[in-house]
Design a protein around this ligand. Structure first.
Ligand code: PMP
Length: 360
């Protein structure tokens, strides 16, 4: 599995050059008994909640469109997050919000992020033809505060992405560093991507609330175990949310997804329990890999971690031979030799530890 295995697509008249220039999303689905390659929850949505949701789905009208912007669901998410309902935007996955946030800035506007970063920020910027600016992370993976502040001054404003904990490193910055960058970004739309915040125990809602141009990007795909249902959301000022809503296509959250989330929000207790288990398991795997002759697990505050190896290809193939699929990251800047491994269930993590011990 090469890191960027996307075949070139022949040009087609009518397709914008920026779109033609971008390779397809570099992901190859791989079937393996132990799937640690997509930072998902190792646990499915609880069976009893699925049954509740299924019953409720039967009671829905499937021939009618859902509400325009998932208004009913918005109120429930707002109550859960203690947020103004008018500042909530819900979409089928937070990737959709990244697309519309890029469109908000538009062609020629700046998309400012770090390098390496979550690939969808850069992909959407390239697809749109935005001015993509990536500032290298510090060597310890912390935010390049001075570099970002310089880039904020040097470029026409647009959208700034900060990911906490960061992906793909799992690094969590000091709050003061995040605050300093966010406060330097007047005139920019500032996105705090908190996709993995349940695993770090951090929460930037207060910082986001303090500026009309700030937004917390969240997802139900990770700690909530609902990646297959496709739901993400943004918390922002009502003003920013109102502009974003113009860019979201109408009726974009279907009734079935809405019902599943309604049930989840009525029984959210499992989320914190599982996040705590993931944190315990993450530290267990990390401890078990200490002293490994050639592999190093890098500390992480997310539900995944980087594994630094002398030969990513050999490590990847060894894990595959043990029935484990992980994600290669070794072609990314600063991540030579790195694989990204999700924290699995305890049994999956045992299998991973055993596979690691068997590698020489
Ligand atoms: N942000 C980050 C940092 C992510 O890692 C992901 C998932 N890979 C997303 C956003 C998007 O998640 P989703 O579209 O499933 O909500």
């Amino acid at each position: 599995q090469p890191a960027s295995a996307s075949p070139a697509i022949p040009d087609l008249p009518g397709v914008r050059p920026a779109v033609q220039a971008v390779p397809a999303y570099p992901f190859t689905p791989i079937d393996a008994p132990i799937k640690l390659d997509q930072n998902e929850s190792a646990y499915d949505f609880p069976a009893e909640l699925k049954a509740l949701a299924a019953d409720r789905m039967v009671g829905q009208l499937w021939n009618r469109y859902p509400d325009l912007h998932a208004e009913g669901l918005r109120a429930r998410v707002a109550a859960f997050e203690d947020w103004d309902e008018a500042g909530v935007v819900i979409t089928p996955g937070s990737n959709v919000l990244i697309k519309i946030l890029t469109e908000l800035g538009g062609i020629g506007q700046t998309v400012l992020t770090v390098r390496p970063t979550f690939s969808v920020y850069t992909l959407e910027a390239q697809l749109l033809g935005a001015n993509l600016v990536e500032v290298p992370l510090n060597t310890d993976f912390s935010l390049p505060v001075e570099g970002l502040k310089a880039a904020l001054r040097a470029n026409p404003p647009g959208v700034l992405y900060i990911t906490q904990p960061h992906a793909p490193t799992g690094f969590l910055d000091a709050e003061a560093a995040v605050r300093e960058v966010v406060e330097a970004a007047d005139g920019w739309v500032v996105v705090l991507d908190e996709a993995y915040h349940q695993y770090s125990g951090t929460d930037y809602r207060d910082l986001v609330r303090a500026g009309e141009n700030r937004l917390s990007l969240r997802t139900f795909s990770k700690a909530w175990g609902l990646a297959g249902v496709r739901l993400g959301y943004a918390l922002s000022s009502p003003r920013l949310a109102a502009h974003l809503r113009k860019l979201v296509s109408a009726f974009n959250v279907g009734v079935l997804a809405q019902v599943a989330l309604e049930v989840a929000l009525e029984h959210p207790g499992y989320v914190a329990e599982r996040a705590a288990e993931v944190r315990r398991e993450r530290e267990r795997v990390y401890a078990a890999l200490q002293g490994h002759p050639v592999w190093t697990a890098l500390p992480s505050q997310a539900n995944f971690y980087l594994l630094r190896t002398p030969d990513a290809d050999a490590a990847y193939r060894h894990l595959r031979s043990c029935g484990i699929v992980v994600r290669r990251q070794d072609k990314l800047p600063m991540l030579g030799g790195c694989l990204r491994v999700a924290v699995g269930s305890p049994a999956e993590n045992d299998a991973f530890i055993e596979a690691a011990r068997a590698f020489r």
